[in-house]
Design a binder for this molecule. Structure first.
Ligand code: UDP
Ligand code: MG
Length: 318
């Protein structure tokens, strides 16, 4: 078949030496199975992006590439740039050599059996196919609650995200070309992809536990990521501050009217406590508000620099 689809699986890896050998075997099997089923072409491959790992991840990637260059490629970033940048680097580097790309984590938490369905939906005309989790049974209670709160908050702030979808998704070349036009340095892919438009599809799957190793997203990184998502896609927090300011002004106005009324009706005002409390409350609000505004100014500062989002140190490709 001359026009068979060429697929690339893009896998960001950060300190994944424990899990890497199993992941490589599984993904290679998947590619071969898709090829046997005549769903994808012989040029289809697995592209690992080493996000500046400090362990043996890159050596393992290079070894796989040596053993089987037609299936495995590798990209080594010059330093750790975080999951989103590593992923973007993989997507943009491979986009011209394939028809569709599926991004997937190295820990095999995402069910690779739905890849077939993703490919079929792409062949049926979907430009983007989202992998969406059926449930969050494999998450701890804390992760469940914070994740739910995050999706709710994002939609309240007017940022469109796909509920329970992380970064396991198929994107066609056209979607990737569109993504390449988004030059932002503060990157939150989950919020940008729905902005691209095109016909989309969904594949549901059950998310497994990590095969080995530990999560590379400790709490502070998760919090950072959530803040990034909000401040890079929504300016509603700044609006809310303005509204809050107006509200406070109205309250103080009412207080003045009230005090005048009390004065003329012959009551003296004792209220030291209320004064002190409001002083602190307002002080706190002001500092908080300055902080939020500063957060956005910081973002603008970083965006205007237009620094590269990643730097490739080495590229292993057939
Ligand atoms: N990852 C990365 N750079 C980082 C952190 C993570 O490339 O700075 C990769 C990691 O190797 C994995 C994926 O991003 O393939 C998701 O990370 P992880 O599974 O640790 O996140 P969790 O599933 O716990 O949210
Ligand atoms: Mg994981």
């Amino acid at each position: 078949m001359p026009n068979m689809l060429t697929l690339a699986l893009v896998v960001p890896c950060y300190n994944e030496e424990e899990i890497f050998p199993q992941t490589a075997v599984k993904l290679a099997q998947k590619i071969r199975a898709l090829q046997s089923a005549r769903l994808v072409s012989k040029k289809s491959k697995v592209v690992f992006v080493d996000d500046g790992s400090q362990d043996k991840t890159w050596e393992l990637i290079a070894e796989q590439h040596r053993r089987c260059p037609q299936i495995f490629s590798g990209i080594k970033l010059s330093k750790n740039r975080g999951h989103q940048n590593a992923l973007l680097c993989g997507l943009l580097t491979v986009k011209d050599s394939c028809d569709a790309v599926i991004s997937i984590d190295a820990d095999m938490q995402d069910d690779i059996t739905v890849i077939d369905g993703m490919v079929r939906q792409f062949l049926a005309g979907c430009e983007i196919v989202y992998g969406v989790r059926n449930n969050r049974q494999t998450d701890g209670l804390f992760k469940k609650i914070t994740a739910q709160a995050f999706y709710k908050l994002m939609s309240l702030l007017g940022v469109q995200t796909i509920y329970n979808h992380a970064d396991f998704r198929l994107m066609g070349r056209r979607a990737l070309d569109a993504l390449a036009e988004y030059g932002e340095v503060n990157l939150f892919l989950r919020g940008i992809i729905p902005l691209l438009g095109y016909k989309t599809g969904v594949e549901y799957y059950t998310r497994a536990k990590r095969l080995a190793g530990t999560s590379k997203y400790p709490f502070y990184k998760m919090l950072n990521f959530a803040l990034e998502g909000i401040t890079s896609l929504s300016i509603k927090p700044i609006r809310l501050i303005t509204l809050l300011g107006i509200l406070l002004l109205l309250v103080s106005l009412a207080m003045i009217v009230w005090s005048i009324y009390r004065y003329f009706s012959g009551h003296t005002i004792v209220g030291w406590a209320s004064l002190a409390v409001s002083l602190w409350a307002i002080g706190g609000l002001i500092i908080f508000s300055i902080g939020v505004i500063g957060e956005y100014i910081g973002k603008i500062y970083l965006e205007t620099k237009q620094r590269p989002r990643y730097i490739i140190e080495k590229l292993l490709n057939k």
